[in-house]
Design a protein around this ligand. Structure first.
Ligand code: NAD
Length: 369
């Protein structure tokens, strides 16, 4: 079958190339067994790009990323580049690609696989079966608002200030992403704000209310962020899709991710605005970093990367069946007791990065037979 799905792979540094190799393995399997072909290009980003070109991200790579249907990213950075100039540090490459692709919607699922429920810091009964999706606004709000800075007043007092600002189009586009995702899931959307204190988020709540008429099948609720933080720990399963501001989403998604207990299991997606044909720029990456402590040793857990690939199948290519197949295979290998070091517990079988990828592929084979 002709390959019309253009992927740009950016493995990055540290364990990035190791976990990306397992995506290649699944892509090879899909080509052979599902007759789904991807047109895959690969490039460098982050520390390895600084070494090769003196910059963490080249203009050509940005152009290729814009032309691709989806970008898959490993992770960037590491101690080798800790002392490079601030504007060419590895993370600058990551921030730039997100900005240049206009990726305003960050999707962070928090899913607890039954086999790993005991790895959570919360009780098994609170997290078992958890499957929520946090949609965070990524390009606006207090992290980008002007004016910002630190000034020294005449009396010598220093004054630090940031600005929480949202416009109605910024709110509308992210809240619509929340509604659309809720439509594909359990039709429940919770918008989180601080409308009792912050005018900008009172406006956010009003916009969400204004838009909700377009999504009659979705039940919209609102919650204040302080209560949401509490509820995520008390009873996270009450939520399905959450939509919120940049800063609230940053904090709440990290809190929710700990309910799942393991960094090596957490995927993410970042989406841009749809064009006239409905196509969006999109970047998929695991939440974890480059894990320099275990890089190059075959110890990395590739499942966050594979689950990011599954998100790509679902959100960029509408391949729900294949996405579910990959997620189901991941769940099955965990149920069978296979573990990389980060999720290892007594009585389970320790496998390498490649061993885990092989097991997922073998399970895919069984399921597709
Ligand atoms: P990290 O996520 O790389 O590692 C934290 C701990 O989790 C380490 O002990 C590591 O071994 C372990 N770990 C992480 N991912 C794992 C996996 N897939 N399998 C098994 N174990 C895993 O965070 P850090 O140590 O704070 O950062 C290391 C480097 O990564 C830094 O240079 C940092 O800037 C960078 N970083 C990059 C990204 C990104 O590219 N998106 C995100 C976070 C950190």
């Amino acid at each position: 079958m002709a390959a019309n799905k253009k992927l740009l792979m950016l493995p990055g540094d540290g364990i990035g190339p190791e976990v990306m190799a397992e995506v290649r393995r699944i892509i090879g399997w899909m080509d052979k067994r599902r007759h789904v072909s991807f047109d895959v290009a690969e490039d460098i980003i982050g520390g390895c790009c600084i070494d090769a070109h003196g910059t963490p991200l080249r203009d050509e790579t940005v152009a290729d990323a814009k032309a691709a249907d989806a970008v898959l990213l490993g992770a960037v950075g590491g101690p080798k580049w800790d002392n490079v100039a601030f504007d060419i540090r590895p993370e600058a490459g990551l921030l730039r690609i997100r900005k240049d692709l206009g990726l305003f919607a960050n999707l962070r699922p928090a899913i607890v696989f039954d086999a790993l429920a005991d790895a959570s810091s919360l009780k098994r009964e609170i997290v078992s079966g958890l499957d929520i999706l946090i949609v965070r606004e990524l390009t606006g709000g207090i992290y980008f608002g002007e004016p910002r800075g630190v000034e020294t007043l005449p009396d010598g007092t220093r004054r630090g200030f940031n600005t929480l600002v949202y416009t109605t189009p910024e709110v509308e586009r992210i809240v619509r992403v929340g509604f659309e995702l809720a439509q594909k899931r359990s039709k429940k959307l919770c918008s989180i704000d601080k409308a009792n204190v912050l005018e900008s988020t009172k406006m956010w709540r009003e916009e969400a209310e204004r838009i909700k008429g377009d999504y009659a099948d979705v039940a919209l609720s609102h919650m204040l962020v302080d209560n949401a933080a509490m509820q995520l720990i008390r009873d996270p399963k009450q939520f399905d899709v959450i939509v919120t501001t940049n800063m609230f989403g940053d904090i709440l998604s990290d809190a929710a991710s700990m309910a799942t207990g393991s960094l090596g299991m957490l995927p993410s997606a970042s989406l841009g605005a749809p064009d006239a044909s409905g196509r969006r720029n999109a970047l998929y990456e695991p939440v974890h970093g480059t894990a320099p402590d275990i890089a190059g040793q075959g110890k990395a857990n590739p499942l966050a990367m594979l689950l990011s690939f599954a998100m790509m199948l679902r959100y960029s290519f509408d391949m729900e069946e294949d996405a579910t197949l990959v997620e189901g295979a991941v769940e099955a290998v965990l149920d069978a007791g296979l573990r990389t070091g980060d999720i290892m517990s007594r009585g389970r079988t320790l496998v390498s990065t490649g061993g885990m990828g092989e097991a997922v592929t073998a399970e895919l084979d069984r399921r597709a037979a």
